[in-house]
Design a protein around this ligand. Sequence first.
Ligand SMILES: *Cc1c(COP(=O)(O)O)cnc(C)c1O
Length: 362
Amino acid sequence: MAKRAYNFNPGPAALPLEVLQQAQEEFVDFQGIGMSIMEISHRSKQYEQVNDEAQSLVKELLGVPAGYQVLFLQGGASTQFAMIPMNFLPQGKAAGYVLTGSWADKAYTEAKGIGETYVAATGEAGGFRSIPAVSDIEARPGSAYVHLTSNETIAGSQFAAYPDTGSVPLIGDFSSDIMCRPVDVSKFSLLYAGAQKNLGPSGVTLVIVSDELLGQASKGVPTMLRYDTHSKTKSLYNTPPVYSVYIMNLVLKWIKGKGGLEGMEQFNRDKTKLIYDAIDGSGGFYQGLVDANSRSLMNITFALGSEELEKKFIQESEKEGFVGLKGHRDVGHMRASTYNAVPYESCKALADFMNEFRQRNG
Ligand SMILES: *Cc1c(COP(=O)(O)O)cnc(C)c1O
């Protein structure tokens, strides 16, 4: 069998081995049709079945209530940063943004160029070491919406609970933690996630949007950038990223086989505990970059005492087969991304390596 790395890449990221193997089996001949899924029409019955199945699995796994649409779009989460205000931030209204780090800031910056905005809460004063308390998030009455970033991939912080914004629609960027645990979709009017961290390969973006919000969309938005274009056509208005959706469907089945989102949450808690314990039990040799109540199940960020030691850590870890542990260029230090598909064994191996490295260098 092929040698597999201990893959802690931040995105695109690890995929389940079982999924890759099934895709490999079906690669040149999908379901006996003598062609791959990439070589047939997106309107064929084979592809339609994949598209339908992926949609139903999203609904089933997340418990999406009636009155919501599940869409598979392109352009990544970054396109959502623009599409959301283009569609749902009309003149005369303002949208609130919860600032928790780099990704929230990107969404906010994009909206500022399109309409009126306000800061609904910010963790900037604390250097984004923690997520603002839910009670500190301001949803101004009459706002267009409030936007938050469920998991800050770069800082390594994650919401533990979501605010109740009353009649103001709540919108969430779940790009790096979608399906890592159960979530009450009914709290949100729209949630979105680029697939390439927790759901599959890059190329497809999952959007779940309520009919109520859809009904408020601005007129005059270009066809491809309107949500209703895609909701009316089962995301088949134009050629979809068929291979990305196909792989995502396999990942969704894999998640279901792991016990759904309850199963994923337990799995992710067990995995990350190994690494957080290695940090917390190191007597300060490793320093977590996020306060305990805001720690992420998906991106674990930590520092060592000096730049020199961090360099050594990276070099030695690479020799041992670990990949992707260098922190984002904006913050430096270390980051281990422990998305759904990262195996327990990889996390165990990393915790062991961390303990052993500390003993040698502490
Ligand atoms: C990766 C990421 C994005 C950007 O996703 P693209 O699909 O590359 O545009 C946005 N938000 C968060 C939270 C992310 O982790």
